[in-house]
Design a protein around this ligand. Sequence first.
Ligand SMILES: Nc1ncnc2c1ncn2[C@@H]1O[C@H](COP(=O)(O)OP(=O)(O)O)[C@@H](O)[C@H]1O
Ligand SMILES: [Mg+2]
Length: 180
Amino acid sequence: MSALVLRTVDADGTRAAATAIAEVLRAGDLLILDGPLGAGKTTFTQGLGAGLGVRGPVASPTFVIERVHPSLIGGPALVHVDAYRLGGGGDIDDLDLEADLDQAVTVVEWGRDRVEHLVDSFLLLELERPDQVEDPEDPDEPRTLRLSPNGPRWDERAIEQLVLALASLHGTATTIEENC
Ligand SMILES: Nc1ncnc2c1ncn2[C@@H]1O[C@H](COP(=O)(O)OP(=O)(O)O)[C@@H](O)[C@H]1O
Ligand SMILES: [Mg+2]
């Protein structure tokens, strides 16, 4: 499986990467965000919300598991799910995500190994923080974003669109590599 690997240097860089990815997204798409607490999953989702033109603010859904952000521009809504407190697959089925999946772009923080069974295709985004921070006073840190497209939705053409969208970030905060 090929993956697109990006590096961002600050939270705005991660938001900008998400906003670029949003250009390619359409109703029915599912993104699974994986990475430890503080990795930037919610920050990334904020960039998606901006790119999709949905009503904000996108924030950590602390007491809510799912939040729906309707579009302000006649496009798909953003469904933002935080599966952190959910147990196994059974609990995610209780959310009835399928009801919205077709009409919305759905993002599931902590969704890895919990929601794949609901769809044919998804984008897995793994966010990593460096083990050591260069300047502990600086709130901005680098992140590695590894984007893995899965399933028939993400055919060669769709992946090419992703690469093109992300290429617009070149020279700002981001670098792109394609691994096989
Ligand atoms: N390169 C970066 N990308 C994303 N977030 C970053 C980056 N550098 C610093 N941060 C900070 O890290 C924190 C990430 O928090 P959040 O997005 O809530 O993480 P998660 O949802 O994965 O728990 C934010 O305070 C953000 O400002
Ligand atoms: Mg979060």
